[in-house]
Design a binder for this molecule. Structure first.
Ligand code: HEC
Ligand code: HEC
Length: 226
């Protein structure tokens, strides 16, 4: 912690955040209030990328050591994703707000995942370059995909698929096609659980072919420059 110029009041609040950070994340299944508190606490905690690399050992069996995920779509790429998105989605999954039984079972194993560990992992992942070689779609409906994306999605996810950290909107560029397509189906049916209502409204009328087209388009957007 920087000491020289920090005002006492700032120092006090940083210490409070540090105290909070040592506590296990308190999310309970189906308790949105405690999930919101965990998101706020993790965002108020400065993440340490070096510790994040170590903490990620618990995640690597599924997400892979380099966090590149799987081209077959079973596991998303996490490299370069906004830290805010990593924090919110991890907490949402832990609280049951986003349904993911397999991951929840592992991260619920003792010792509990702390708020500090979530912040550390998020800081590490955000700093990594977007992994190359993501899975792409068949390339058969890219014009349609572009039209839909620019009409219905770019206002939130950005013209280049870069997302927006402050509003928890994920970077969708260069993500695995099969993962994007699976999530779009879960968003359309409401099964993902934590989706932005305005997005669900936009996607609900989509035909299967539209989901395919827009997922393919997003998978081919180049990794955003930083
Ligand atoms: C048992 C396997 C497994 C483990 C262990 C696991 N995950 Fe996951 N994770 C998944 C799966 C599967 C998904 C995608 C779920 C879906 O399709 O909705 C996912 C999704 C995510 C997402 C959402 C990404 C996005 O783009 O929305 C984040 C963030 C995440 N995991 C972080 C972590 C962290 C951090 C850890 C370790 C503390 C971890 N995961 C451990 C399987 C796992
Ligand atoms: C009103 C803003 C908004 C609009 C419009 C919107 N999204 Fe989203 N989207 C979000 C937010 C916020 C999330 C993060 C999920 C959450 O926690 O709600 C998300 C998540 C996603 C995800 C999951 C990404 C991941 O890493 O798991 C995909 C895929 C996606 N959006 C695609 C789309 C597509 C395709 C469209 C247009 C048809 C669209 N979105 C329109 C806000 C929006």
């Amino acid at each position: 912690m920087r000491t020289g110029t920090a005002l006492p009041v700032l120092r006090a609040s940083l210490c409070a955040a540090a105290l909070l950070a040592g506590l296990p994340a308190s999310a309970q299944p189906g308790d949105p209030a405690s999930a919101d508190a965990d998101v706020r606490a993790a965002l108020a905690t400065r993440g340490d990328p070096a510790r994040g690399l170590t903490a990620f050992e618990d995640c690597a069996p599924c997400h892979r050591k380099d966090a590149s995920g799987r081209v077959n779509g079973s596991i998303p790429r996490l490299t370069g994703q906004h830290a805010t998105v990593i924090v919110k989605q991890t907490v949402d999954i832990r609280s049951g707000r986003r349904l993911n039984a397999a991951m929840k079972a592992v991260i619920d194993e003792p010792p509990p995942l702390t708020v500090q560990a979530i912040a550390d992992v998020a800081a590490w992942l955000q700093g990594l370059p977007v992994a190359a070689g993501n899975g792409r779609g068949p390339g058969t409906a890219l014009e349609r995909g572009k039209t839909l994306y620019e009409r219905d999605c770019a206002s939130c996810h950005g013209a280049g698929g870069e997302g927006e950290a402050a509003t928890f909107r994920p970077m969708v560029a260069a993500q695995h096609y099969a993962y994007l397509l699976r999530e779009l189906n879960l968003i359309r049916s409401g099964e993902r659980g934590n989706s932005d209502p305005a997005m669900v409204k936009a996607i609900r009328p989509y035909a299967d072919q539209d989901l395919l087209a827009v997922a393919d388009y997003m998978s081919r957007l180049p990794a955003p420059k930083r």
